[in-house]
Write a protein that binds this ligand. Structure first.
Ligand code: SF4
Length: 244
């Protein structure tokens, strides 16, 4: 589906879709969650996420930690995946293209699907483009990290596939991962640049500060894991970080 495709969906706030999911978070998602919850981004990472900020946390009962009864307690700052639901977006790194897919309805959900609107209209109503545009801006950092890795490592001596395989394993580990200040900085803009009242302004300052931090990082393993983590958090495959 593209933005012109016929689609509509009425959410009836039954809360069933907010259970038993794996929802990937981008840095901008964490910033918006923090603002909606009235906490710092560091506190939002601790309270609402797993895997260092990159996955939304669900409790032992299967419910999202932001679910209050059948309502989202951080509705104004809900992540992109929740805004898009029941659509998903697939991003093509080569063409910068996007494709929307309809996700499997949750059994018992009171949401009503229809065709009296368009995907574009639905995205607009959900304020999804703010997140999609922010994610596009963060994307430039992936290439920057990859170039920095290439500056620091001699791939004539280190086998590149094994190097990137290790980085991918490290980025996607849900526990027992190595400390990585670059990944921490990705998901904690307040910690890197300080809280700004304007989310968009903070995003721009955050990206600029991350670019500087990347330039100063001398550990290729750290850079590579952060590149994979950022790629996956923005909805790309790890191959986006590797540049293939
Ligand atoms: S963040 Fe809100 S909308 Fe998204 S899964 Fe959690 S409760 Fe549901």
């Amino acid at each position: 589906m593209n933005r012109q495709s016929q689609f509509s969906y009425d959410c009836n706030a039954c809360g069933r879709c907010c259970r038993d999911k794996v929802i990937t978070l981008a840095p901008y998602d964490v910033l918006k969650i923090a603002r909606a919850a009235g906490v710092s981004t560091g506190e939002a990472v601790r309270r609402f996420t797993l895997r260092r900020g990159s996955i939304l946390k669900f409790g032992a009962d299967g419910a999202c930690v932001a679910l209050a009864g059948t309502r989202c307690a951080i509705h104004d700052g809900r992540p992109l995946a929740c805004r898009l639901y029941p659509l998903g977006v697939e991003r093509d790194s080569a063409s910068h293209g996007e494709r929307f897919v309809m996700l499997e309805p949750v059994p018992g959900s009171l949401g009503v699907y229809g065709g009296d609107g368009t995907v574009g209209g639905f995205l607009e109503a959900q304020d999804a483009d703010e997140h999609l545009e922010a994610n596009d801006r963060y994307r430039g950092l992936i290439r920057r990290m990859r170039v920095r890795v290439a500056d620091l490592i001699d791939f004539e001596k280190i086998e590149p596939r094994e190097f990137w395989r290790r980085a991918t394993r490290e980025a996607l580990a849900e526990s027992a991962y190595d400390p990585n200040p670059l990944i921490d900085a990705l998901f904690d803009p307040d910690g890197l640049v300080g809280h700004r009242d304007d989310d968009e302004a903070e995003m721009f300052v955050h990206i600029a500060a991350l670019a500087v931090k990347i330039g100063k990082t001398t550990e290729p393993d750290m850079l590579a894991a952060a590149a994979v983590m950022l790629a996956v958090s923005l909805g790309y495959s790890p191959a986006e970080a590797i540049g293939i």
